[in-house]
Design a protein around this ligand. Structure first.
Ligand code: MN
Length: 194
């Protein structure tokens, strides 16, 4: 676990993005941000070993088990990033607007003693093995998902797949386009950041 890459890519005098952040609460957190950078994508972030393990998903998550969404693993982000919504100014890494599209808690499907520490350990083991299975408790993303390492598009490529359960749906979940923090769309934050 290291935020060195994250810090190396950014100059904190020029970007409002957070430098750090501490774990809180009894459950592991997740966040999905919608990011209008040079290309629109969704950033899928899971709390693990005190940071946010992160993947960029060009098409965004889907609740349809028939979809396999390409998720490119990127550098770890600090925990404070889960609350970040705003504008990364021109000229900075990832310049563009960010909203918190979904947020909540998540847990491994594999049985543990239920403590955050044991869940963290299990998920980290699955991450290293290239196959994560977890349950999401968000506003938009709910139920069971798998995130599976694939070598189809290089060593950082993974696939996000919804399991069949009562939350599975063919309706595109990305049609729900508002921030779960501010209730604003990306376009609204772009025009009126505060
Ligand atoms: Mn991004």
């Amino acid at each position: 676990m290291s935020l060195a890459k994250y810090k190396e890519k950014r100059s904190f005098s020029k970007t409002p993005e957070p430098k750090g952040g501490k774990p809180s609460g009894k459950a592991l957190r997740f966040v999905v941000q919608k990011h209008d950078a040079s290309r629109l994508h969704y950033d899928f972030r899971l709390e693990m070993e005190g940071v946010l393990k992160s993947w960029a998903i060009p098409k965004g998550p889907s609740l349809n088990p028939a979809d396999k969404r390409l998720a490119m693993m990127v550098e770890d982000h600090p925990l404070g990033y889960k609350d970040f919504e705003g504008i990364i100014p021109e000229g900075n890494y990832g310049a563009g607007t960010v909203i918190v599209w979904d947020a909540g808690t998540y847990e491994p499907l594999a049985p543990t003693d239920g403590t955050k520490k044991a869940q963290d350990k299990e998920l980290l083991k699955e991450l290293l093995a290239g196959s994560l299975k977890f349950r999401m408790n968000g506003k938009k993303l709910k139920g069971e998902f798998a995130l599976v390492h694939t070598h189809s598009r290089g060593e950082n490529s993974w696939l996000l797949i919804k399991h069949k359960d009562k939350y599975a749906s063919e309706k595109p979940v990305t049609e729900k386009d508002r921030s779960v923090i501010s209730g604003k769309t990306l376009e609204q934050v772009e025009k009126n950041p505060h």
